[in-house]
Design a protein around this ligand. Structure first.
Ligand code: ADP
Length: 261
């Protein structure tokens, strides 16, 4: 098989015999490659905004020679780029926090409806430029879980729907019981995602639009964070998407974490 990598050693066994030892290092090599890719991605992501910031700082060496309009633009671009770096660092920190906190900490009751109320307020602010119709249908279901992780799950999925759907779309957000489980779902009528990308969206730094400088995408860490937080809650992200029609991102929290009234 071509997909297996072996590390082979030959050792003397007796006068006329040798021992051939073969170790399957496929997984080890894959992990090593993932680690290298991760470091390369982080470096690239930080380098782009840094280059812009440095360019402006050089220009600002002589601010008197800059027309006021250019100065205003420089300050606003610098603000934008430093926001981008801040977001990236926040996202990296939340991934690494989740890597460390692998123990179950479900003694906490999370009041999902009140959390979704804040998500809704943030969504309405984000929606000002897009003018989507946002429909929320939130049932009073509480669960055991980790508050920060669940908040970032909800807000990532809702803000992605707002961000990627063309203006005047319709986005439907529901939190309800399906059988004994609780289900959260965000349905949009945005561009949809080609099937070959769907299975890879939760990989760290994976984006459908590969252009790092594209205005459309973020860092590609959002859904990796969602997936990691959901795994912690014994769940996984499901994605149904049809190009040209829209996408539905959803997951279920199983009955042992749902608080029965
Ligand atoms: P990003 O920071 O790029 O938004 P995510 O991990 O949140 O990273 O999403 C990964 C990719 O999935 C995005 O770059 C985008 O191409 C695609 N995507 C996510 N949500 C949607 C959506 N609701 N509609 C269409 N594409 C989406």
């Amino acid at each position: 098989r071509e997909d297996i990598e072996l590390e082979v050693r030959i050792m003397p066994y007796s006068d006329d015999q040798y021992l051939l030892m073969a170790r399957d290092v496929t997984q080890l090599k894959q992990l090593e490659q993932m680690r290298k890719d991760f470091v390369a991605n982080v470096s690239h992501e930080l380098k782009t905004p840094l280059t812009v910031l440095q360019g402006y700082l050089e220009m600002l060496d002589e601010p008197a020679s800059m027309p006021p309009a250019m100065l205003t633009k420089a300050v606003s671009d610098m603000q934008g780029q430093s926001d981008r770096m801040r977001n990236l660092v926040d996202q990296l920190l939340s991934l690494s926090r989740m890597d460390v906190h692998r123990t179950d900490m479900f003694e906490r009751v999370v009041n999902v409806p009140s959390m979704l109320e804040t998500v809704k307020n943030d969504a309405e602010r984000l929606n000002q430029d897009k003018q989507h119709t946002l429909e929320f249908d939130i049932q009073p279901i509480q669960i055991h879980g980790v508050e920060d992780e669940l908040r970032s799950v909800f807000s990532n999925l809702v803000s992605n729907a707002i961000h990627y759907t063309q203006p005047n779309g319709v986005i439907r957000i529901t939190w309800k019981m399906v059988g004994q489980d609780a289900e959260f779902s965000v349905q949009d009528n945005g561009p949809g995602i080609p099937a070959e990308h769907v299975g890879r969206l939760t990989e760290r730094f994976y984006r459908v639009d590969k252009d790092r400088n594209s205005k459309k995408g973020g860092s590609g860490l959002g859904l990796a964070i969602v997936q990691q937080a959901l795994e912690h809650h014994h769940s996984r992200l499901q994605i149904d998407s049809v190009v040209g029609r829209g996408s539905r991102f959803y997951f279920r929290i199983s009955e042992e974490l749902v608080i029965k009234k």
